[in-house]
Design a protein around this ligand. Structure first.
Ligand code: UDX
Length: 434
């Protein structure tokens, strides 16, 4: 199969590398020449375990290449995966201008039957818009189909998620498109679910919003636990033993962040509002999530009272471990609150420091970036954990205690055993337990 992947962001790169690994001939295209140049030289702009190797081996085999010539890439392809960005607009809805632009480009280069696959996360009914746009600008009258094939990649695990997916959702409206999509994923025949296009589009938003809801739910339970003798870790465990609930995505903490959950839930709320459906369940999910940073800061204040001029170490800036991504990271809201209260922050992350500098530039006084967690603890009045990187779980807590002015640890991810932390002489605050 000859496949074009339009857009070489996070989803585009993983899709291009993964599809070429399945044996297809793939061209990844992007109009930003500097991006393509960097990828060709093996310098990918994101940190994703295993992606470098996957790209390199398929580039070497010749099944994968990259181009800035979008027109030629479209003309040569049987199937076109649309992986351009759908960033969040000011009103919470997805900004679809890149999808529209690519649809026009496809229309202008339609030299025979092709399937245009929506891979980016898009609102339900987007396919109708894409179809209309392609028809509007289609000069040759060549036939085409639109399909939806949402991605469920988790950052930090995107390569295994693509190469060994739980499920493949294919939304189509013709047998011809379905057959081509089956050929692309023929090795996963047993886990393909074929639906109509609206359903496939909705499955993506529905899945992410459901998982977000699970997280806000357990965070709500954590609030209850904090006012009782209950322990949220055990509440989650007890709930998770019920196979109808399952143990995953029941980790209480400082809330969900990243490039998907916060954006997707807002987009789905917007879709529902536009369609006249009451979306209060999801609005509440989002409100609970936004309140997490304040609850976390209040724990710190209960320990230190006044934050003005206090030094606060922050361990973990990425929205979750194993990524350098700080988009919508809960740490941003937390750091902003600390700075607003007049505290000085000493920030550390194994991977995400450079990305966070764009949000909070280093000034050497109020905002300092540290090269190790120990440096972040030096002279600090308190230390916060915002991301559960493995290396933090292995910290020498006695050394941390000796470096700090006040040995106070506020753990937003319940990484540590409270008894073990106390045994090292630190005062410990965590989420939903004593
Ligand atoms: C998510 C979906 O999991 C993936 O299927 C989709 O394609 C993209 O969005 P991702 O954003 O990479 O993936 O991260 P995920 O591991 O789902 O975590 C999202 C956020 O939720 C993180 O901030 C994480 O810390 C938080 N989280 C997750 C919790 O607070 N508790 C949990 O139990 C699980």
């Amino acid at each position: 199969m000859k496949i074009a992947v339009l857009g070489t962001g996070y989803v585009g790169l993983v899709t291009a590398a993964g599809l070429s690994e399945f044996g297809h001939s793939v061209v990844g295209a992007d109009k930003v020449a500097a991006k393509i140049e960097a990828i060709r030289r093996g310098r990918i702009p994101i940190y994703e375990p295993g992606l470098d190797e996957l790209l390199e081996s398929n580039l070497r085999k010749g099944t994968l290449s990259f181009s800035t010539d979008l027109a030629a890439t479209v003309q040569a392809a049987d199937v076109i995966f649309v992986c351009v960005g759908t960033p969040q607009g000011d009103d919470g809805s997805a900004d679809m201008s890149q999808i529209e632009e690519v649809s026009r480009l496809i229309a202008e280069n339609l030299n025979g039957y092709k399937v245009v696959v929506e891979k980016s996360t898009v609102p339900v009914k987007t396919s109708v818009r894409i179809k209309r746009t392609i028809s509007l600008y289609n000069k040759t009258g060549a036939e085409f189909d639109v399909a939806s094939n949402p991605e469920f990649l988790r950052e930090g695990a995107a390569v295994p998620d693509f190469l060994e997916p739980d499920r493949i959702i294919i939304g189509v409206e013709t047998d011809r498109a379905r057959d081509l999509m089956f050929r692309i994923y023929d090795r996963f025949k047993d886990r393909i679910l074929v639906t109509n296009i609206d359903t496939a589009e909705l499955i993506k938003h529905a899945s992410n919003s459901f998982l977000s809801m699970k997280i806000s739910y357990i965070n709500l339970m954590a609030n209850l636990c904090e006012r009782t003798e209950a322990d949220v870790e055990l509440v989650a465990k007890g709930m998770g033993l019920d196979p109808r609930i399952g143990p995953r995505f029941l980790k209480a903490g400082i809330g969900f962040g990243g490039s998907c959950f916060p954006k997707d839930i807002r987009a789905l709320i917007r879709i529902g509002d536009d369609l006249g459906v009451d979306m209060s369940l999801l609005k509440e999910t989002e409100r609970v999530n936004q309140g997490r940073a304040r609850i976390f800061i209040d724990k710190l204040k209960s320990a230190l009272w006044i934050l003005k001029d206090k030094k606060v170490g922050v361990l973990g800036l990425a929205f979750k471990p194993e990524t350098d991504d700080v988009r919508a990271a809960p740490s941003i809201r937390i750091i902003q609150a600390l700075l607003d209260e007049g505290a000085c922050v000493r920030l550390h992350d194994p991977k995400a420091g450079d990305n966070m500098r764009e949000f909070f530039p280093e000034d050497g006084v109020r905002t300092v970036y540290c090269s190790s967690p120990y440096q972040a603890a030096e002279g600090a009045n308190a230390l916060l954990c915002c991301t559960e990187w493995k290396e933090y779980a292995e910290l020498d807590l006695a050394r941390i205690r000796d470096l700090m002015v006040n040995p106070i640890l506020v753990d937003g991810r319940n990484m540590f055993d409270p008894a073990a932390v106390s045994a090292q002489g630190l005062e410990y605050f965590s989420i939903g337990r004593r």
